[in-house]
Design a binder for this molecule. Sequence first.
Ligand SMILES: C[S@@+](CC[C@H](N)C(=O)[O-])C[C@H]1O[C@@H](n2cnc3c(N)ncnc32)[C@H](O)[C@@H]1O
Length: 363
Amino acid sequence: MNSNLESLPLNQILLEDSLNLLKNLPDESIDLVVSSPPYNLGKEYETKQALEIYLQQQTIILRECSRVLKNTGSIFWQVGAFSDKGMLIPLDIRFFPILESCGLIPRNRIIWARKHGLHAQKKFSCRHETILWFTKSDTYKFNLDAIRVPQKYQNKKHFRGDRKGQLSCNPDGKNPGDIWLFRNVKHNHEEQTIHPCQFPEDLIARIILSTTDQSDIVLDPYMGSGTVAVVAKDYERYFIGSDIEPKYHQVALRRLSGEPDENGYFPNLKTLRDYVEKTGESIDKFRFDLQIGNKASERSQAKIYPEEYHLQSMEDRLLYEEAAFAANLRQEKIPTDPQLNGKGKKTKSPDQKSEQIELRLWG
Ligand SMILES: C[S@@+](CC[C@H](N)C(=O)[O-])C[C@H]1O[C@@H](n2cnc3c(N)ncnc32)[C@H](O)[C@@H]1O
């Protein structure tokens, strides 16, 4: 480890203000900054303030993030929307020029789509957040092979020319694109802790694997429940972070330790399951912070679907909703939703289903 590395708080999450942490980091010492800042929504961990003041404070933080970033480094800044008295401002629109003003270069605006959320009454329901990816220079890292996903048509072949009969797609998979559908860490998600807005670990894995190498340094100035640290550790990267709230800081440290506390509790179901798989101890001996039932379920009994599954079901649902809307406009018979009431459940006859849908559409 060189002297530059020794001066850094490697593999530590500090219980302090993010600006303090950043001010103490040397120039060009970090490979990746990935974070979701407080959104100024009045969540339990933030005080709502005027948007312009919030953005000025974030500008100071982002200037520091840019200063500490190596020349080959990347910043991923995940934001939602600011809303006040029914007005809605997508925050990425306001953050984009701030990141540009820090001398950073835009690479992607990633849409993180959601299948569920609050149903708005006076505007379209919000079903996405954004992740802005900026780099410090043109010599940034992007390891596409580390994050490929399966091709939709895996056996597609060239049908003419020199390569006739050969596969026309990359058999190792395709670029995942800029619309992501990792399930929100809410009810029944095995990663859920007491924190209200966690990153899903797989979303962070995609970012870390594509833009860093082993032993690189990943910084999250708003560490929350510690997701970025947990994933960086899993993939043998160093992490550095801070959070100002003691109860989230504790959760992050407990996730990282992977051990039960003195009462046999874990911060979430995933950490519990990992522990019993590693030690062979009985899952019945332990509990996790948000547990409702008497005992935790085994991982083998749980349905944990990959991102592709959620993307496909969202695509199916959106196509169905469009078809149903078009049929309604034209006063045609409304098509039957194959997923009505959830897959596998007995539903009524197609005609009865159409009635139900019609009621729901116009009701
Ligand atoms: C959106 S949450 C981050 C959640 C995190 N991505 C996770 O996966 O758990 C924002 C976090 O910023 C923390 N925070 C708010 N103001 C802060 C500040 N000035 N310095 C450090 N942390 C702060 C809050 O306590 C909260 O945990």
